[in-house]
Design a protein around this ligand. Sequence first.
Ligand SMILES: CC(C)(COP(=O)(O)OP(=O)(O)OC[C@H]1O[C@@H](n2cnc3c(N)ncnc32)[C@H](O)[C@@H]1OP(=O)(O)O)[C@@H](O)C(=O)NCCC(=O)NCCS
Length: 244
Amino acid sequence: MSILYVLIHEVDEGQAFWEKEGEKFLSPQERERLTSLRFQKRRQEWLHGRWVAKHLIQRVLSDFGELTLSEISIENRADGSPWVFVKGEEVQGELSISHREGWACAAFSQNTEISLGIDVEKIEKRDPAFYMDYFTDREKVNRALISEMSEEMYYTFLWSAKEAVLKALKLGLRIDTRKIEILLGGFDTISRSFACSWFSISIQVLGVGENWTGFGYIREQFVMTLACHGIKKSEPVMIQEIRL
Ligand SMILES: CC(C)(COP(=O)(O)OP(=O)(O)OC[C@H]1O[C@@H](n2cnc3c(N)ncnc32)[C@H](O)[C@@H]1OP(=O)(O)O)[C@@H](O)C(=O)NCCC(=O)NCCS
């Protein structure tokens, strides 16, 4: 069984709170990184993302003894993807982080054979060019079949899932987003359950195998998506949401 640990967190606190909190939970390497971030919004989101990811890692690794948050260091590889160290030792597994307007989420798996990405996006109206440019023809046709979702919710959802896939691939927005196709199959099930739990989504990525597993979640005005590559079709998957 593959367990995907997830922590989602929302805060109202502003910059002053996070700058003060950061003093308590950052590792020396993270403090150095923070000094290189100049924009207030970026600093705040970065601090919130670190705080959430560290709490997640602390909980998942709790079997190995008590860890303080500052003993966990979340750094970034050259491609931008997060990398976890505990007391200077690299932690095996895969972590992904996302932050947006007061929301931050992180996903972690100890299965070293899978790669994963998580993303949070705000549901909002966008320029019509956005709908035309970044989605496949099939995604646009499918929009008409899914009347339960508003246009902005549908496309925000698909966009979030594409970003989650791009993180799992360690590519970020360096490839054409139309190479990733997201299908919201079984929408009847989704519409009944989307207010309170994760639901499955189908992900296809041109040229990157078929072994994708996707999940979505909608909370208030935000969507969260999780994309994993490498989980065998026959293998059960469980999302374990950690609550603070
Ligand atoms: C990765 C990317 C899709 C993130 O999307 P976003 O919606 O802007 O931001 P999110 O909050 O959802 O995600 C940010 C997190 O993604 C992670 N991330 C960044 N690059 C990543 C990559 N290549 N692979 C996996 N994860 C990545 C980081 O953990 C980052 O948070 P952190 O910097 O606090 O550690 C986007 O930033 C991107 O495409 N980056 C690569 C392109 C690039 O490098 N552009 C040049 C910037 S100067």
